[in-house]
Every structure is written in C-alpha cells, then in structure tokens.
Design a protein around this ligand. Structure first.
Ligand code: ZN
Length: 438
C-alpha cells in the first residue's frame, strides 16, 4: 500500500498534548511521521490528502453502541453499522451484547469478531453480558468471555437489578481488570415510563421517568464498587444528581468512570413535544439544568468520555403511538456535528471534546490494540478529519446506518466529518476531499 500524507491540517492529539498545523504520514497502516509547521516528510513517494482548514485527530473511539447483529439485522448489521461509524469519524466501536443470541458465550463473541473482520470498516470490540441471557439471575461465564476478547461487561438495556449479582460482577471485574458498564435504572420506578418526569410529561399525558430512577442505581453501584474495589463505568449519565454522586465517589477514590451521550448533552425533554418517537430514548432526554451539570462534569473530568449509545431501529419500529415505540436514537452520523455546538457556544474546548472521543475512551479500554485514540508514531493509523465550521443539513436518506431514527433529521449542524482513515485505509471521505499523487 502506498503511503498517504495528510497535509496542512490542524493536528490535535490530546494523548500527546499536541495542537498545531502540520502534516501526518501513514505507512503500512501505521503513523510513520508527524511534522508540525512546514517540515516535509523523510520519504518522497506518497499520495496527498490536502487538509487545509480541517482538524486532523485520532479516529474516534465509541465505548457504547448497538450493532444489532446477530438477531436484529433489519435494524442494523455489522456492515452497515461500521459504515455509519466511519461516516461519523469513529474507527473503534464497542458493541453492546443485547443481540439474539446475546453475547453471553464465546461462540457469539467470536461470530461478531469474524463478521467485523470480514465485513466491517471499523474496529469492533465486543462487550460481554454480565448475566446469562441478560436475565440478571446468574453470572455469565466471564472468564470464557475474557478469553474470547470482550473489553467490558454489561447487561445494557437491562439494569442489573440484583445487588448481589452486581457485587459478584464487580468482584470479577477487579481480577480481570475490565470495567462493568452499568445501565442505571430502577425498574420499579421506571415502569411504564416514556419520557422525563416533569411538567411536559404531565402536559403530554405520558408516564414520566424521574431522575431518582437513575440516581438510586448510581448510588447503589458506587457503594458496591467501593466495597469490592471493582471497576465501574456508568453508561449514559443524564442527571445532575448522578453527576454529583460520581464526583463525590471519585473524590473518595472509588474506581469509577462515566459517559454522557451527544443527545443527552445537547437535547432537552422539549424534543418529545409533538410526540416525536425519534426523541424517545432511555434514559430520557432531561432538562437544561441536567445538561449544564453534564457539561460541568465533562469539564472537571467527572464525566470521562462521550459515547454515542447508537441505537438503530427500523422506520416501522418508530412509526407508531409514542408509548409503543422502542427507545433509541441512531447516533453515529450526527455525533460530531451535534457536539460541535458545545464548542461553538464556548461550553467545551475543542481539545477537551476530542479527548473525550479519543484518548479518554481508549484509556478505559486499555492499551491492548496497538495504540487506540492516539497519533503517536508507530500507533495504528486511525484518523478522523473534520471541518469544524462547515454547516450541513442532516439527511437521513444518506445515512449508512439502517437506523434513520434521529430527532435531528432536517436540522442544520455546524461541524462535519470529512474523512476517516482506519488502519491506514480511507474508509470514508466527503465528495469535496481529493487524494492526489505527490
Ligand atoms: Zn443503556
């Protein structure tokens, strides 16, 4: 494969504290040279991708997505899901085990890995189940799942309601040094819930989901993480109270990390007015006050990372009465564009945003895959290139994802992924990007 020079972009790599205009050379799937300023690469023969005016950063790493295969191929497949990821700048994606069959055994995990290797255009790292069949009754064979290559455990979609099971899982996470990803939801309190509990849910006549339903579980599992010394990762944090609980636990030295999603960071419960089923998501969109707390959490590192919780559904799944629609938003292809509004509004620095999408999630996964979330020389050439100021309108017809379910359809976003390179290969590029011989 011929080398590729990405020339003249603003290179931002939080893993090296790097922010400057320069060029990056990719040779045989690895970063082989990086020069800030006018320096020229040490070898003459390469193709050139002009990146003037664009940001060049490590490929995004997503710790939380749903690829639906095996079992729900009408919603998404590994082929379509990884293409959607590439269009969003993601080169590594960790898929949740709520497939059919669920990823609670070695064979199912190996199936996902084989499919990803043969049909995927992004690195797919599977997450194994905490419990057998995701039933919350007995632990899955965690040791076998570790041998199969899972990077974490979760029953996402289902909370681990039984505290004894969660205690055991956290005990094991300690010995495997892998995180337990926690979908925090008290099912008694959320029963029948459709959206955030508040004035709007009352007006719409929809059953509400109170903040406490999340916070009770966050508090319980922080206590269990402290008791066991296990590694806990809080998925899709949405409430001010959860942010406070996680902040205090971190101060006490509990081994906890946390994520927030692009939709919970940018959209409020008001999106549900008009009964838009594409704004129906679990946990639900909350309030401005919760959003401010989440942004505060990103800035003081209480919230370590941003993860998409990409949850594709078919159009017919969502074309129904609000209370019958499934929860979930298709998130890969709008993540960067929607998050950039936080940068444009001065709420988050560009380098912090990139860190939360690259270096920080890579740290949670650990350094087993040859350098994720970094542009350091010798690491895998996973690169995202985006225009921070380009305005575009979300058109779900061009989504690579089978899931067109986004409340952002038709909306104007400022900031667009222009090219994605996975292991040295250009897996996505906008039509305006050209690659020429030097
Ligand atoms: Zn979840």
């Amino acid at each position: 494969m011929k080398s590729l020079l990405i020339q003249g972009g603003r290179i931002i790599d939080p893993s090296q504290g790097l922010d400057g205009t320069g060029s990056l050379l990719i040779t045989e799937g690895k970063i082989s040279w990086l020069g800030i300023g006018e320096s020229t690469p040490p070898q003459p023969d390469y193709d050139v991708l002009h990146a003037q005016g664009l940001i060049v950063c490590p490929g995004f790493v997503d710790l939380h997505c749903h690829l639906r295969q095996p079992g729900f191929e009408e919603k998404e497949t590994i082929a379509t899901g990884t293409r959607a990821a590439a269009r969003g700048g993601f080169t590594t994606i960790c898929c949740m085990p709520n497939t059919n069959p669920p990823l609670d055994n070695q064979t199912a995990v190996e199936y996902v890995k084989l499919k990803a290797a043969s049909e995927g255009v992004a690195r797919v790292l599977p997450i194994g189940c905490i419990s057998r069949g995701r039933k919350g009754e007995e632990l899955a064979e965690m040791g076998a799942l570790v041998s199969a290559g899972v990077i974490a455990f979760s029953d996402d979609g289902e909370p681990a309601s039984n505290p004894h099971l969660m205690r055991q899982a956290l005990d094991y996470s300690h010995s495997f040094d892998l995180p337990i990803i926690d979908h925090c939801e008290d099912r008694v309190l959320t029963e029948g819930g459709q959206m955030n509990e508040g004035i709007i849910s009352t007006k719409l006549g929809l059953h509400g989901i109170p903040n406490a339903a999340e916070e009770i579980m966050v508090a319980r599992d922080l206590a269990l993480a402290q008791l066991t010394g296990g590694r806990l990762h809080i998925a899709h944090t949405t409430t001010e109270g959860s942010v406070d609980l996680i902040r205090r636990a971190k101060e006490k030295g509990v081994k906890v990390t946390a994520e927030a999603t692009p939709h919970h960071l940018t959209l409020t419960e008001e999106r549900v007015m008009g009964y838009d089923t594409n704004a129906k998501v679990n946990p639900p969109l909350r309030t401005k006050r919760d959003i401010q707390a989440l942004i505060g959490g990103l800035n003081d590192n209480t919230i370590d990372i941003i993860a998409t919780d990409h949850a594709p559904h078919t159009e017919t799944d969502k074309l129904c009465q609000f209370d019958l629609a499934p929860f979930g938003i298709s998130g890969f292809e709008t993540a960067l564009g929607s998050l950039m509004c936080l940068v444009h509004q001065g709420e988050l620095s560009l380098i912090t945003l990139i860190a939360k999408l690259t270096y920080e999630p890579a740290r949670i996964i650990g350094n087993k895959y040859g350098g994720l979330g970094t542009l350091a020389i010798g690491s895998l050439a996973d690169v995202a290139i985006f225009d921070p100021a380009l305005e575009w309108v979300v058109d779900t017809k061009v989504f690579a994802s089978k899931g067109k379910n986004t409340p952002l359809a038709g909306e104007r976003l400022k900031g667009k992924v222009m090219a994605t390179i996975y292991q040295g290969k250009l897996v996505y590029k906008d039509d305006s990007i050209t690659v020429k011989e030097s």
